[in-house]
Design a protein around this ligand. Structure first.
Ligand code: GTP
Ligand code: MG
Ligand code: ZN
Length: 352
């Protein structure tokens, strides 16, 4: 019987275990393909099997913080992960740099807090990237405007109005990790057994907020001290932190790139106002850029829709479509290569 780290049998039914010493645990830290997994017997440092099994519902083959996994301990400290249990929700972005595919930042998250601050970090377009990713992953978003102590009340109101002008219904909390303003409204969201992640640019105050929520003393579920982070406070790896009330927080390093992958559902949710108006466009395949009878352009002109939001929607839609096309081509190429290998093999066989 598992009874820890937010486990519930309904969401994560235990599969048939590969051996009698195998167990189920939750990934609490990720360091370059090494994982710290909390199991009933304690924390196990684990790698993955060469052929980690794909499970229905999980798009990505590697575990991420928040995942429930099946592992076999080799001793008290080390083990091997065989399987990722199907994810209930997932926060993933387009892999950065030259890598292809998606990168999972965290799994099985109930609410994702997008943290922004009023300085140079403030960007509604970037906020909408995060919202798209969050909705796409079936997670509920909430927005935190942090560092309000650095601004006058009028300036803070201005930031709030800007966010509300594009997302009037979004849950929005303004805070200061320094003076503790608004922290109690964040706490109100934190329920036992639920998991929350904090995302946003580097330096916006994600870890500072988490420190406030833990009351300064990190209820870290592990004992690992990261020597590379010495002297700096920049978060260098993702970790799951347990609060006294039994809720779980995932701290993540600030993201420089917030690329979206194929995100139809995410875009539909984030830009629901545009999608609704678009139903009245004359053409089914209207691109909302120049067509006659475009209800979206008309709504922007009359001020019912926000033009800057539309521009961002069109940009993100292109990005999502482009990603899907690229993935499709990659799969086709992979398929024709596999076919060629098969053909060569059977040719060699008939020759013999
Ligand atoms: N004035 C002010 N400073 C803050 C506030 N929150 C955080 N800071 C400061 O901002 C700096 C960055 O805070 P962190 O909590 O490390 O930011 P982070 O989002 O975790 O950054 P990464 O881990 O790099 O992603 C630190 O010097 C904090 O003391 C706030 O509400 N007000
Ligand atoms: Mg941090
Ligand atoms: Zn249109």
């Amino acid at each position: 019987m598992i009874n820890f780290l937010g486990y519930n049998e309904r969401d994560f039914p235990i599969p048939e275990l590969p051996s009698s010493d195998a167990c189920v645990g939750r990934v609490i830290e990720e360091h370059r393909e090494r994982y710290f997994v909390m199991c009933e017997q304690g924390i196990i440092e684990a790698g993955v099997t060469g052929k980690i099994m794909f499970t229905s519902g999980s798009k990505n083959e590697f575990p991420a913080v928040g995942d429930w996994v099946v592992l076999t301990p080799m001793d008290d400290e080390q083990g091997i992960i065989h399987q990722i249990l199907p994810r209930k929700t997932v926060f993933h972005r387009r892999a950065s740099g030259r890598k292809t595919g998606e990168q999972v930042i965290a799994a099985n998250i109930d609410i994702a807090f997008v943290v922004m601050s009023g300085d140079e970090d403030f960007s509604l377009n970037r906020l909408e990237r995060y919202l798209t990713i969050i909705y796409e992953g079936n997670i509920t978003p909430a927005i935190i405007l942090n560092k309000t102590d650095l601004f006058t009340k009028e300036e803070v109101d201005e930031f709030i109005n800007e966010i509300k002008s594009r997302h009037p219904d979004a849950k929005l909390i303004w805070t200061s990790a320094l003076t503790e303003t608004g922290i109690k409204y964040v706490i109100e969201h934190l329920l036992p057994g639920k998991t929350y992640c904090f995302v946003g640019s580097s330096g916006v105050g994600k870890s500072s907020l988490i420190n406030r929520l833990t009351g300064g003393e990190r209820q870290r579920v592990d004992t690992l001290s990261d020597s590379t982070a010495k002297g700096k406070h920049t978060t260098t790896y993702r970790e799951l932190i347990e609060l006294k009330n039994g809720s779980f927080l995932v701290d993540t390093p600030g993201m420089r790139e917030v690329g979206i992958s194929g995100s139809e559902i995410g875009l539909e949710e984030t830009f629901a106002d545009i999608i609704t108006v678009a139903e009245n466009c004359r053409f089914r395949d209207c691109t909302h850029t120049k067509e006659p009878g475009c209800a979206v352009i008309a709504a922007c002109e009359s001020g019912t829709l926000n033009k800057a939001k539309l521009d961002n929607y069109l940009r993100l839609k292109r990005e999502s479509d482009f990603y899907q096309m690229q993935e499709y081509e990659r799969r086709q190429k992979g398929r024709s290569f596999a076919k060629m290998v098969k053909e060569v093999k059977s040719y060699n066989k008939t020759k013999r």
